[in-house]
Design a protein around this ligand. Structure first.
Ligand SMILES: Nc1nc2c(ncn2[C@@H]2O[C@H](COP(=O)(O)OP(=O)(O)OP(=O)(O)O)[C@@H](O)[C@H]2O)c(=O)[nH]1
Ligand SMILES: [Mg+2]
Length: 212
């Protein structure tokens, strides 16, 4: 069997991971959309693979798993996630960190303003994945739900907050080559397929040139 690298898709529940996965598949009708996990306390990690597709897709729940009612389950999932990344990080050629743009301000307010001792979960996740040298692309999904005005405000407050943690978010393609502190982001809508062409191009570039 020929080795295929994997694309990691990570983010909280309901941000649109399965919707994005579906857009990347050659045959979306065969994909039921719940491949990434299963109810219960064990993180079910199943990769999606098609013969026509040059890579596999792994859809993982992020830190701060929203639907989880219990703290213990939350901690358990987080541990599982860390173990998975520790073990398998080298199999991934790119990680898509998917955020729901309509939830970003809530997250920033909740973790940054009300409790400055806690790092926002998304930032923690980005830092964690970057420690393994995994190239990342932050997908700001559901931009069809916000006005251009709101979108600009949300993105600039996110850039400013994340900057305080040493991560420089940059519009995709504007990142200066090889500057390791830069993390590209892409405004996206899985529903309206906004910037799907750019996403596909970025995935192919990473697939082709690999990890540096
Ligand atoms: N308006 C809008 N809705 C979207 C977009 N992307 C996904 N959705 C909707 O958001 C909901 C959640 O999408 P999913 O793709 O299932 O999200 P997920 O991240 O896979 O969720 P879990 O599997 O629960 O972790 C669905 O009702 C989608 O139709 C988008 O770009 N715009
Ligand atoms: Mg899903």
């Amino acid at each position: 069997m020929k080795y295929k690298p994997s694309l990691l898709i990570i983010g909280n529940s309901n941000v649109g991971k399965s919707s994005i996965t579906r857009l990347l598949l050659p045959n979306p009708r065969k994909f039921k959309g719940k491949a990434g996990k299963q109810p219960g306390s064990t993180l079910m990690i199943k990769s999606i693979e098609f013969p026509q597709m040059p890579y596999k897709i792994v859809d993982l729940p992020g830190f701060g798993y929203m639907k989880s009612p219990s703290r213990r389950r939350e901690e358990h999932l987080k541990k599982q996630l860390i173990i998975h990344i520790e073990k398998h990080h080298s199999e991934y050629f790119l990680g898509l960190v998917v955020l729901n743009i309509t939830r970003i301000e809530d997250e920033l307010i909740k973790y940054h303003i009300q409790n400055t001792t806690t790092i926002p979960l998304t930032i923690e996740l980005i830092q964690f994945l970057r420690e393994y040298g995994l190239p990342l692309l932050v997908i700001l999904n559901k931009i069809d739900k916000v006005s251009v005005f709101d979108r600009k405000r949300i993105i600039s407050s996110m850039i400013n907050t994340i900057y305080d943690y040493g991560i420089h978010l940059n519009q995709v393609d504007e990142e200066k080559n090889k500057d390791q502190s830069l993390v590209p982001f892409l405004e996206f809508s899985a529903l309206k397929k906004i910037n799907l062409d750019i996403l596909k191009r970025k995935i192919n570039e990473h697939l082709q040139f690999g990890r540096s």
